[in-house]
Design a protein around this ligand. Sequence first.
Ligand SMILES: *Cc1c(COP(=O)(O)O)cnc(C)c1O
Length: 368
Amino acid sequence: MGGDELRLVTETFASNWIAPLGPQVDAFEREFAEKAGTSHAAALSSGTAALHLAMRSLQLEPGDEVICSSLTFSASVNPVLYERAVPVFVDSEESSWNMDPTLLAEALEDGAKRGKKPKAVVLVHLYGQSADIDPIATLCARHGVPLIEDAAEALGATYKNRAPGSFGVCGVHSFNGNKIITTSGGGMLVSNDARLIEKARFWATQARDPAPHYQHSEVGFNYRMSNLLAAVGRGQLRVLSQRVDARRANCAFYQAALADLPGLSFMPEAGYGRSTRWLTCVTIDPAVAGVDREQVRLALADQNIEARPVWKPMHLQPLFAEARCYGGVVAERLFAQGLCLPSGSNLTPADLERVAEAVRCVWRSLGR
Ligand SMILES: *Cc1c(COP(=O)(O)O)cnc(C)c1O
């Protein structure tokens, strides 16, 4: 936590406004929309809920196709299944680890040929770095397919000096405990479309029709953010830029400390924007390093240092075994070789030193 969260929560207690609505929610939405570069925002119970309402707004029919990034967390794709639609995956490009525009073009053209024009593209901005939005947005516009941005890992990042999440018809953010700022759990749907956000709020509060009694014409959900958690979110928003600086400093430290290890490379930072380095991710090429990702991960675990493999691509998940995928080898390599190093914004210099030394030790004992 930063400094203001407890004071804002205490104020909320004093006002006795303990509900999934209230003045803190309204203020958080306003302040967040400003940071996110959109005119409207709806505070929700999670990023997954925000993605679900984004899917809901597409009015999908069972069997409709939605194009998704393959290299991501399953929460990017599960909401497609909630709406009985079918995900179609697109591989990453090497330069940003995010969706490859050339393969997206192929997926869109092939969809048109098969008479299955996709109902949306869900574009993920991975590990704090924006995807290359311009060519992707151009392709979506050319094919008349709405673009939805999953910016859950990229709050605070930039793409050509703008916030990822503000380019598509709507964008999704997350305040889960592991994200760059947190409300313990929560999410935000952002958009410049006032009607879309209004409708999302309606669905998120049980789809109550305007009537003095309880009347419903549509399926509703209980997806609103608590007024207490919105107070935490407002405090967190004030320290976002400090959190970005801390995450980038972690990455800069690792880069300096590990630069000379053969076969170890860092996730590239694309020239079109600024990554938050939410997580510092590296790849380990075993042919050059003499050690592989799992050996490094397990050696760190032996010293009680938790590091995790890069996301397992969705096209390799048992859940999506039947799904179509355009490309796949880039995400497969990133999964085979990728490791996320400890990256919390509260790591001390001694912590970072200890992690770097543990990594170097693996190369000394086993590597080249
Ligand atoms: C965390 C995350 C989500 C889901 O957010 P929750 O708030 O945990 O539901 C969605 N997509 C990506 C890429 C994420 O990392």
